[in-house]
Design a protein around this ligand. Structure first.
Ligand SMILES: [Zn+2]
Ligand SMILES: [Zn+2]
Length: 155
């Protein structure tokens, strides 16, 4: 009977020390994950020519290939194709645009012109406009496999 409170205290102490051990382990794990996540967040600046993207030709054939600042030739119909990327209109949702890239003086590839259908091209400017309502569009990142995931490539 006399021993019971002491035993309880011991159990509580054990529980507390177990909990604090867990907390320390969790914070170490968190710190480790945070630290290891850093290189992925600060991604290496990717060039369009390092990334596989969708290309679309005037006859609407699609294929994936590494990005380029020159037109790639459609393997189905031999016409020049352009990089096709998704953008978002607040009013009209997903809009796919064709892009032509050019090298900037510092050697990076940047989108220079865009087109909704490949017939008329407009300078990229700050943001392309929606072909339906002319409102500025924003980028929609798709999966890394088929889209330029890195915003750096588009800046
Ligand atoms: Zn084609
Ligand atoms: Zn729109």
């Amino acid at each position: 009977m006399v021993k019971l409170p002491e035993q309880r205290r011991w159990t509580r102490t054990t529980a507390i020390s177990f909990a604090s051990t867990l907390a320390i382990a969790a914070s170490i794990l968190f710190a480790w994950r945070y630290w290891h996540a850093q290189p992925a967040v600060v991604a290496v600046q990717r060039d369009i020519s390092d990334v596989r993207v969708w290309w679309r030709c005037p006859d609407d054939h699609r294929f994936t290939a590494l990005g380029a600042t020159v037109a790639r030739i459609c393997p189905t119909c031999d016409q020049p194709a352009a990089v096709a990327l998704d953008f978002l209109c607040r009013e009209h949702g997903r809009v796919e645009l064709l892009l032509r890239f050019q090298r900037t003086p510092d050697g990076r590839a940047a989108p220079a012109e865009y087109s909704a259908d490949g017939s008329q091209w407009a300078p990229m400017g700050d943001a392309p406009s929606c072909p339906i309502c002319s409102e500025p569009l924003s980028r929609v990142p798709r999966s890394l496999a088929d889209q330029i995931a890195d915003q750096d490539a588009l800046r």
